[in-house]
Design a protein around this ligand. Sequence first.
Ligand code: SF4
Length: 389
Amino acid sequence: MSKILLNSELLNKVFDGKDITKEEAYQIYQESESNPFEIYKAAQILRNMNNGKTVTYSRKVFFNLINLCRDTCSYCTYKAEPGESKVSMMSKQDISNLALVGRKYKCTEALFVTGERPEQKYSEARAWLKENGFSSTIEYLVHASEMVLDAGLFPHTNAGNLTKSEMSELKKTNPSIGVMLENSSERLVEKQMPHEFAPSKNPRARIRVLENAGELSMPMTTGLLIGIGESPFELIDSIFTIKSIHEKHGHIQEVILQNFQPKPDTVMRNVPGPEERYFKTLVALTRLIMPKMNIQIPPNLSPDSYPDFLQTGINDWGGISPITPDYVNPEFSWPSIDTVQKNCENAGFELRARFPVYPKFFSMVESNLQSKMSEIADSDNLVSKEYLR
Ligand code: SF4
């Protein structure tokens, strides 16, 4: 790799295939404050080297299974309280109906999202589970995953902190699961910080979930929430935390970098979202720290500028639904897949639909799920273009 493209010695170290240390990453961050374009350029080159000019997304249906939650995060509007109009408690019939619509729209992913163990706090959640024949949300998730798999969708569960045995059950039907690390700094769970009332967001608990998934060889999606009161150095530490877990187990299939968006009716309503330049720098830095990782930003949370992030090293847009809203960020609708495709083409990229598991992680998935996916996959383990026609 030519060294004339970039000035910094540290950036050239990355091009030589050497890992940068955390201290070096801090240094790059500090140097980039006056000129971020060098690291954007480096991130693009690394993405092109490792991921080519293909950008992926997952065509999904969002199943808002239950949005009551045991915890309270200062920025969350997903969580509902019993009696609120936004409460969602899906019945088996609701699941079956939505799965049919998803199949009709050629979606391949069934994203299951729930609050954190709602039955531990709410009698309404316990009654809902009982009505449907279950005693815990996770039991219901196992059943719901089987239902959507039979309907031709592939489940991806994001239900907070799951135990190892719960994940092991879900591995039978879910090609991958997800839990956001959000940040590895314990400062964010302290008094008056966003996770003060969310014990499940304690980074030690989240790291344990990610480690357990690794021991199960389960493809795992994780990521960071940017702009919730962390320092840039805490974010860099968090990227290194994910890197070291992945180095141990090889199972982190993607890192989502999500920009915080303030919501009315939350404690953090007056906290501005992160500045775009800060967000982009952290995206590019993630590529420098983990050059081969799949790196995603959600396009709906940067509606006016998401194509620009192709210049900072991302290679994935995450789940985009043609039929359901983003229940976590309902005020931000997803762009149409056609628009995303045009924007990718204009920037010189091809947009391709992937399964909830990335092609390189297919071999970690249960063989029956692999066979089911291969019915509609192409030779690159992406969703075949014929299927989507
Ligand atoms: S972000 Fe998740 S854990 Fe926190 S309150 Fe909302 S649903 Fe619960």
